[in-house]
Design a protein around this ligand. Structure first.
Ligand code: TEU
Ligand code: CA
Length: 579
């Protein structure tokens, strides 16, 4: 029998909301500079509201030199001119609130830009009051007297995490790009600054935050080396020393207290977390840290052990295991899931988990909407996902990519003349490179997909003539309208789909992913095919065949009743109501 959880989750507005993520550069351009802007977001609020999303999360739009697309902030209290002004944000907040919608800002406080006034001052002298806002260490000396970085940690974007400053003969820490120095949270002044930034935006009317790379804010302050395993390798992944560090919870509780006093929404990005216990220590209600966390187990499933630019085979039972682990552990322990298949750092889900072949694209995008959208947790849809936008075509040349991470790795491999790895890199880049999700939103079939009047900062994908929002509004069977049905179902069956328990059916089946949601006497069965072929599925025995079952949602026009053996078509999705 499916398990009926003894205790039900407490109810909260943020559990009942659906979130739409916006990458501002690629959403909509209104002033003809080829870059999306805040007025562009304002002009498309009906698109988001019509979809059924209640909250928008905007990736960083603060003042920034844009080395890492705004994740390098030079002024936390201002908007970058490429996106607009503070007045535009005020207008956005007002127009959202008028519609009963909310705004999340992206809080990037693991690091700043090297152009931030704090870092610029820190560079001028060891006596600067801002020197200790960052992490500085003396060089190490190698066997031949050469200068070496303080340890062998590898940057997320490749190379060392340490950058040498000749003027002071010290290195500073940057877990990400050289231009993104890490803040020193051991300094109480940094903690105060962050609190004041959080209050500044909440006082402006912002409704909460997505917290960037927030599991990295507390480091092992002894900065130990990672045990070397390969004499050729200079740098190693040091997450064991900087993810989930000794003071992380203390720091999160400091922020959590403020967020709670504003009844604000919070979702933390904690990519390296794999143990539900670690996530529960952040999200369990009693902790007063964050509402929910993005863990990356699903989106890492096809990434190699040496990183995303390496391949990894996966199968459906593995995916089921991951989903079930998070679904049940959060539900049973007062936690909550942040559900996502895409964001601005990931390939497009239809290309990775469905099929972007013309005959399967729309149907598999709808299947994935059903898969994700009816799980337990808060659903996040990333711009373009609601249209079934696909990855960058393999015909694109490397020069059309824009992500600094791509060029860091590419240049390194070219320099090392490592042609074998280069070939692997190119293949995987087309599956998982971050630019795949950063191409302009396809609004209509006019030039530049209606995104802009001019050539955008990154090319539009050619299929915009057929895959675009305008065409999808008209078509009742479009991916957009299907997503809207999924969100309607979450709202109309809130007890079941928001607050119900999850249980996996048929764990070993390689093609069919089936799960039940149950709430007291209410039950629904979600049946999904991840296969491009037809499959006949024998229902697990415990189903009382013949019982009356309504179909709540399906991605084909007609569908089979719940009989002992169902013929399931490619990427079919059916939601049966069982009670
Ligand atoms: O990404 C952080 C990020 O992806 C890693 O910390 C991730 O947890 C790790 O690689 C998993 O193995 C955020 C932003 O989303 C990204 O766009 C930024 O480039 C980055 O932080 C730096 O701010
Ligand atoms: Ca613009």
């Amino acid at each position: 029998m499916p398990s009926f959880a003894a205790k039900e989750p407490t109810r909260s507005w943020w559990k009942e909301s659906n979130v739409y993520q916006i990458y501002p550069s690629s959403f909509k351009d209104t002033n003809g500079d080829g870059i999306g802007d805040i007025q562009g977001i304002i002009s498309e609020l009906d698109h988001i509201k019509g979809l059924g999303a209640d909250i928008i999360w905007i990736c960083p739009c603060y003042r920034s030199p844009q080395v890492d697309m705004g994740y390098d902030i030079s002024d936390y209290r201002d908007i970058d001119p490429r996106y607009g002004t503070l007045a535009d944000i005020d207008e956005l907040i007002e127009k959202l609130h008028e519609r009963g919608m909310k705004l999340l800002m992206d809080l990037v406080v693991n690091h700043t830009s090297d152009q931030h006034m704090w870092f610029q001052s820190a560079l001028t002298s060891k006596d600067s009051p801002y020197r200790d806002y960052y992490v500085w260490k003396k060089p190490k000396t190698g066997p031949n007297g050469e200068r070496l970085p303080p340890n062998n940690w590898m940057s997320e974007f490749s190379g060392s995490v340490w950058e040498y400053d000749a003027a002071s003969d010290e290195y500073y820490l940057h877990l990400f790009a050289v231009e993104q120095p890490d803040l020193n949270w051991e300094n109480p002044k940094v903690v105060e600054e962050v609190h004041s930034i959080v209050r500044y935006w909440l006082d402006k009317g912002v409704d909460g935050f997505r917290l960037d790379a927030i599991n990295y804010i507390s480091k092992d302050t002894t900065y130990p080396d990672v045990a070397a395993t390969d004499s050729d390798q200079l740098y190693y992944d040091g997450k064991q020393f900087y993810s989930n560090g000794p003071r992380m919870h203390e720091f999160l509780q400091g922020i959590g207290k403020i967020l709670k006093s504003y009844n604000a929404f919070s979702v933390g990005e904690m990519g390296a977390f794999k143990d539900p216990k670690d996530v529960l220590d952040v999200v369990a209600e009693s902790r007063v840290e964050l509402n929910m966390v993005f863990q990356f187990e699903i989106v890492d499933i096809d990434c190699g052990t040496s990183g995303r630019y390496f391949p990894q085979n996966w199968n459906l039972p593995q995916l089921k295991q991951i989903v079930t682990k998070w679904q049940t552990s959060m539900y049973e322990n007062d936690g909550w899931n942040a559900l996502f298949l895409e964001n601005h750092d990931q390939g497009r889900s239809v290309s990775r988990f469905g099929s972007d072949l013309p005959e399967f694209r729309s149907i598999s995008a709808k299947m994935l909407a059903t898969f994700l959208g009816l799980q337990s947790g808060t659903v996040f849809v990333y711009q373009g996902q609601e249209l079934g936008m696909a990855n960058i075509p393999t015909t694109w040349d490397i020069s059309q990519f824009r992500d600094l991470w791509v060029f860091n790795v590419y240049n390194e491999l070219v320099k090392a003349q490592d042609l074998t790895t280069l070939k692997v890199f190119k293949t995987e880049l087309h599956k998982k490179g971050r630019d795949n999700s950063r191409t302009p939103v396809q609004w209509n079939s006019s030039d530049y997909a209606g995104f802009s009047a001019v050539q955008p900062w990154i090319s539009v994908i050619d299929d915009y003539t057929t895959v675009n929002a305008a065409a999808q509004y008209e078509d009742p069977k479009s991916v957009y309208n299907y997503w809207s049905s999924v969100f309607k179902l979450r709202k109309s069956h809130k007890d079941l789909f928001v607050y119900g328990a999850f249980s996996l059916i048929d764990p070993t089946n390689e093609e069919i992913f089936a799960y039940e949601r149950t709430y007291r006497e209410q039950r629904a069965l979600v049946v999904l095919s991840f296969s491009a072929k037809s499959v006949s599925w024998s229902l697990p025995k415990h189903y009382d065949i013949g019982e009356k079952s309504d179909v709540l949602l399906a991605n084909y026009d007609d569908c089979s009743p719940l009989v002992s053996k169902i013929e399931i078509r490619p990427f079919e999705a059916i939601v049966y109501k069982l009670d």
